[in-house]
Design a binder for this molecule. Structure first.
Ligand code: PHE
Length: 348
């Protein structure tokens, strides 16, 4: 190689090198470009190797030119590398990044539990009739849960078989919302018009129609001159609001220690109209117990049982919800299965 050829090659290689480096689209491309322009087999390296064969003056000039080209290409490679690294990082960022222009994915709103929905609807029917909501504790003493309700210590309902006692003597999980009748009457003089919705506990084996925790809505009215007709009328008004205007209410004799007379309430089946079908069997759907408040219960709360009479009933909230929404297994209310629960979205 002569000095003139060496000069030409250096200029060509500078131009070719800068072009290759500039076009490298990735760090791998850049590495390949570096090998192609400065590698052992590159024309540039051949020039460098032939420097020794030139005369002094050419060797000095060409040596300087070779250094310049190497430095220029080296600097171009480093610049391009820095640029590609910045791009790579920016690419990663945008790949994982949040696109703030996309519509958001908000958490899915929950909905009310079907029992909450039905309880609120039931309460509303009564508050529209002038009733007030009363509440009581879920851990009760035996006076409010039993004695004051005319359930003496030797009554079978008191045994461990039905009730869930806690470690504190004389305290248990309330077995019925009727305990709230006592608390209400103890806290105010008549007249009384209250409904007490809430959770109750019993020792039950769980199946499609029994849970050991369930909900009742207790209704209590005490005033002068109330009779069984008022009980039936109230129950019927409730049934019309909840199940429809054609539904009839029925009361049949039953026994509860805290009422006299006592009754079982049922409403005519809304599916078959009372003729009898798969849902109801005999045309009636049982709703709970009822009756005229026992004079002893009124006296236990300091009310004058000669002057005042009252009626009370306890509706099962699960039962009302099952009838109203065609639910055939009570366990669905406590299993928390979203496929069941989401069917009540937007119901109330
Ligand atoms: N407390 C009774 C029960 O749980 C229902 C009831 C309420 C009966 C009020 C009469 C009066 O079965």
């Amino acid at each position: 190689m002569d000095p003139a050829a060496a000069r030409r090659i250096l200029e060509q290689e500078r131009a070719r090198g800068l072009d290759l480096i500039g076009r490298a689209a990735s760090l791998e491309d850049l590495e390949a470009a570096k090998v192609a322009v400065l590698g052992r087999k590159a024309p540039f390296s051949e020039v460098q190797r032939s420097l020794g064969s030139f005369g002094n003056a050419d060797r000095r000039d060409l040596g300087t030119a070779t250094n310049e080209v190497r430095e220029a290409l080296g600097a171009a490679i480093e610049d391009r590398r820095a640029e590609l690294e910045r791009h790579a990082e920016a690419g990663l960022l945008s790949a994982d990044g949040v696109d703030v222009t996309l519509p958001g994915r908000g958490p899915r709103p929950g909905s009310l539990h079907p029992l909450t929905i039905v309880e609120r609807q039931m309460v509303e029917v009564f508050t529209r009739m002038g009733y007030r909501v009363a509440e009581g504790p879920e851990i009760e003493d035996e006076w409010h849960n039993f004695e004051a309700l005319n359930i003496p210590p030797d009554h079978p309902a008191r045994t461990m078989k039905d009730s869930l006692y806690i470690d504190i003597p004389g305290m248990l999980l309330r077995t019925e919302t009727s305990a709230v009748q006592i608390r209400t009457m103890e806290s105010q003089p008549p007249p009384v018009y209250v409904v007490a919705p809430g959770r109750v506990y019993r020792r039950e084996a769980v199946d499609a129609s029994h849970l050991f925790v369930f909900h009742q809505l207790e209704c209590l009215a005490v005033d002068e001159g109330l009779s069984l007709a008022d009980l039936k009328g109230t129950l019927e008004a409730f049934a019309h609001e909840m199940f429809g205007p054609d539904v009839r209410a029925r009361i049949t004799p039953d026994y509860f220690p805290f009422v006299e007379p006592g009754a079982q309430m049922a409403v005519s089946c809304f599916v078959c109209g009372g003729r009898g079908c798969r849902v109801c069997g005999n045309g009636w759907l049982e709703q709970g117990g009822a009756g005229m408040v026992h004079p002893k219960v009124l006296e236990n709360c300091g009310y004058d049982s000669e002057r005042y009479t009252g009626f009370a009933f306890g509706l099962g909230i699960e039962r009302v919800a099952m009838v109203r929404h065609g639910v055939n297994d009570m366990r669905l209310f406590v299993e928390g299965d979203v496929r069941f629960l989401e069917q009540f979205e937007g119901v109330a």
